[in-house]
Design a binder for this molecule. Sequence first.
Ligand SMILES: Nc1ncnc2c1ncn2[C@@H]1O[C@H](COP(=O)(O)OP(=O)(O)OP(=O)(O)O)[C@@H](O)[C@H]1O
Length: 243
Amino acid sequence: MTEILATRELSKSFGGLAAVSGVSLAVEQGQVHCLIGPNGAGKSTLFKLIVGTYPPSAGAVLFRGEDVTAARPFQRVRRGMSIKMQQPSIFRELPVRQNLHIALQYHADRGQMGEEEERLLELLGLAAAAETPAGTLSHGQQQWLEIGMALALKPALLLLDEPTAGLSPEETERTGDLILRLAREGMTVLVVEHDMAFVRQVAQQVTVLHLGRVFARGSVAEITADPRVAEIYLGKGHHHARH
Ligand SMILES: Nc1ncnc2c1ncn2[C@@H]1O[C@H](COP(=O)(O)OP(=O)(O)OP(=O)(O)O)[C@@H](O)[C@H]1O
């Protein structure tokens, strides 16, 4: 197995607070890797360190064998990271197809754009909504469109920050189906997620963060059987895993 992404002893402090401390994480090529943990565990901060939103206080980020710790977000994207953040980035007034068209301009060659649009529309389950303004789609459909725009960049690694936030259980399961389909096609995916049903559906590897550190790692079966993991979710002062 080859690592596509690794962090080495990565840390980030805000003032006196160590949001992420000494996190070493390895994402294997072709796997769906989920990053979980109770509220405040440091998941979003770690994600932002990986994509380059924040510089780390210490440690390194390695992507496809290169040290990208000092690389800007757009440089990481150019090297093959594609990111769906929580904040929407679709063009709401434009039809779904046009959104994909814009995202594809960076990668698809002109002759293939139409074909790629159709492939993505079908993959996302949005073929019937192709001419609908993106802003009028359901929340779930908007999330899928966002994933499609990230996919249009033909990434080596797809990074998703809480792709099921605010979705119904049905929409969550469909999102899981989409991720599984991408995984079967060989995509590597790193997902920050709260929803354990979704994690069970998609994850091959799970890393549990707690208080900024790696608390546990393993397969879904190993993580869900670990009583220490259950304890941190139920611990006083923490919220339960959502849903
Ligand atoms: N920009 C910031 N400035 C100061 N403190 C921050 C900042 N971002 C995060 N923190 C703090 O760092 C810790 C980790 O937060 P982070 O958002 O990474 O956790 P999380 O696991 O993503 O939580 P959630 O599940 O609630 O999204 C928290 O104590 C948070 O308050």
